[in-house]
Design a protein around this ligand. Sequence first.
Ligand code: SPV
Ligand code: MG
Length: 559
Amino acid sequence: MSSAHVPATGVTATNLPATKPQFPVISRGPIRKTSQLKALLLSEQTEFILEAHNGLSAKIVEEAGFDGIWGSGLSISAQLGVRDNNEASWTQVLEVVEFMSDSTTIPILLDGDTGYGNFNNMRRLVQKLEQRGVGGVCIEDKLFPKTNSFIAGETQPLADVDEFCGKIKAGKDAQADDDFCIIARVEAFIAGHGLAAALRRAEAYHAAGADAILMHSKISRPDEILAFCGEWANRSPVVIVPTKYYSTPTDVFRQANVSLIIWANHVLRASLSAMQRVAATIKDEQSLVNVEDRVAPLGDVFRLQGAEELQEAEKKYLTTRSKANCVILAASQGAALGELTADIPKCMVPVAGTPVLQRLVEDFRRAGVGDVHVVAGYKADQVAAPGIQRIENSAFAVTGELASLDCALSRLTGPTVVSYGDVLFRRYVINDLVDAREEMVVVVDSTAGESSPDRLRCSSADCQSVFAESILLEKFTDVEPHGAWTGLAKVGAQGAEWIRAAMERLRTREDFDQLEMHNLFAEIIEAGHPIHVLYVRGHWININRLADLGDATTFTADI
Ligand code: SPV
Ligand code: MG
């Protein structure tokens, strides 16, 4: 027999074989968590698992690099705010463990207390744990309801050895997966019995089929554990919980050929002191200023929750229904912009480096617009923006706005925004219009001056109240106007029918090719249909002249 002397603590490991015995080797890294846990128990070296008590802490344990998790009864009950006396029912524990198992890929060894009843409860427990992907369970030879081993352990009655062996056998018979591990925990030392009792119990549990023996001790030195290991002589893997004899160098346990060391409650206790500190600071200071930099960033929370994966999945699976489609009339050259539109149409003129059309389309998309149809004319092949569908008005040079709209008439099916291609709006304007429920709505600027085209009168002036009654467009006129049309409108499915009918009538006019949008609105009003007004006060810009470009650059910086 070799002996290892450890001067630091004066601990002497006596009566121990020189190396950990060779149990049948199972390759590391198998997919099944049961097999992973079994591999830990049977590995040639001393292995370590750390306590966790919910899905988040389990993930933290895995991220720290541990190969397994101790599903501590003490910690799980504590995080539920109850005592470690089976106050939480076994199904409540199971629920917590399910979250832990779902959030991790490493095996969980559940602290199954006494198995929550007799052999029959144990059978059901094993089945349910297997269903939840738990690697194994540890049961202790005490009586239900148990008390934590560190609370008056000597007054706690131990289970009858034969009864406990029956429970182990029943558990082993119930498991469907051969690698599911049942670890028998011996509480003889905790209850104040000696080494002989501990050995007698361990031997009986081993014979009953336990995959390993957890020998527990509550004294501050490892003497009981080392004495047991020496006598046990590796008849089966040994598991220990050095909570009380924590100052023992880990090498002592290695030399004692301990298979698995459980760090049993330190994640819970670490979070406890952190929470107490932060709660006290916030209470005292009524401010977060001295707390923010000392707590985990929210990004860490999101990362541990896997938020990024969900965002990716949403892109893949969540096909959001668009609120409306859009038709943009962008056939004109914009000759007033001079050289700028020699090779590109007005809608492609860049504002702060980005074409007007692209800005407009991006803003529509942000507001929930789906299909975007752009009626192009002048330099039609230059008209481009991500995802648009181009329609060509080849007679653009000799026709007006209604002829362009006519080209896109078949695209007016459901709710559709109709817009000029040389305008930009604050986003709320587009959002409000897209969300409008009326069948036909025009956006009117009540601050438009005398130089504005498309001036009009409404059923009432802009009273600047969000609670205003619905206001209707009456007619396009320069006489005592209430504002000017901005070039932005929206129709519903029925409104689209009004447009189709009006266009049919207007098409019979000889001057149809010269007609503009205001002619269409007039025709619709004439037919008795209501056109609602959405008043804005500025917050949009029309790019017609060179001077507008500077304003547009300032405008986009403000959006
Ligand atoms: C637990 O972590 O719940 C245990 C270990 O059973 S101990 O608290 O040391 O009993
Ligand atoms: Mg426990």
